[in-house]
Ligand binder design. Structure first.
Ligand code: PRP
Ligand code: URA
Length: 209
């Protein structure tokens, strides 16, 4: 099974250019993050199981396929992952939402946890973790381990931009987790920012800089 999926659909690539542009303001940035999340959700849910269902149309009765009712949860990594939540719920309105608060210590680049609230039945759900940026991979790796500690069996990670270093870290720490991203960028700079990247995703979504 391929474990890193780059969503190279033209609409996603076009919208990603808008995010990368330093002149894109908060309102547009927020809207486009959400739109990209919706488009990526379409790819990340491609393997959802279907089951037969009989439906009476106005013409006849026939057998069709609908979702087999598999339970999903999405878990944004605060803050920036919040920007992707509504875009996913557009397609999967019944998904439950857990939250993990992590920030990266600017000196050590190590993730620091400050909040966690999961749905009570999280162990029975497949989980998609949301974070626009996969840089060193420290935050995502910690979030994945955190959710595994709840006995969750199937976890996917959805990022908008990933650095090779972050992908490598997740492949090493959690080889079972599939990664969905819209781009794999060149590298990290000395401050742990993705190059060329889009800057600080949290600050751009919430207008804090
Ligand atoms: C950003 C981003 C990721 C993390 C990625 O969050 O949203 O969570 O950095 O970096 P890593 O792969 O090296 O761990 P940040 O720590 O800036 O917190 P914020 O969302 O509150 O701004
Ligand atoms: N977090 C961000 O928001 N941007 C980066 O480039 C790296 C980590």
């Amino acid at each position: 099974m391929e474990k890193v999926h780059v969503v190279d659909h033209p609409l996603v690539q076009h919208k990603l250019c808008i995010l990368r542009d330093e002149n894109t303001g908060v309102k547009d940035f927020r809207e486009v993050v959400s739109e990209i999340a919706t488009l990526m959700c379409y790819e990340a849910t491609r393997d959802l199981p279907l089951e037969d269902v009989e439906i009476k149309t106005p013409i006849t009765t026939a057998t069709f396929r609908h979702l087999s009712g598999k339970k999903l949860a999405i878990v944004p990594i605060l803050r920036a992952g919040l920007g992707m939540v509504d875009g996913i719920l557009t397609l999967i309105p019944s998904a439950k939402v857990g939250h993990i608060g992590l920030y990266r210590d600017p000196q050590t680049l190590e993730p620091v946890e400050y909040y966690c609230k999961m749905p009570t039945d999280i162990a029975e759900r497949d989980v998609i973790i949301l974070d626009p940026m996969l840089a060193t991979g420290g935050s995502a790796s910690a979030a994945i381990q955190f959710i595994k500690n709840y006995d969750v069996k199937h976890i996917k990670l959805m990022n908008i931009i990933a650095a090779p270093e972050g992908i490598e870290r997740i492949r090493r720490d959690h080889p079972d987790v599939e990664i969905y991203c819209a781009a794999v960028d060149e590298k990290l700079n000395d401050h742990g920012y993705i190059v060329p990247g889009l800057g600080d995703a949290g600050d751009r979504i919430f207008g804090t800089k």
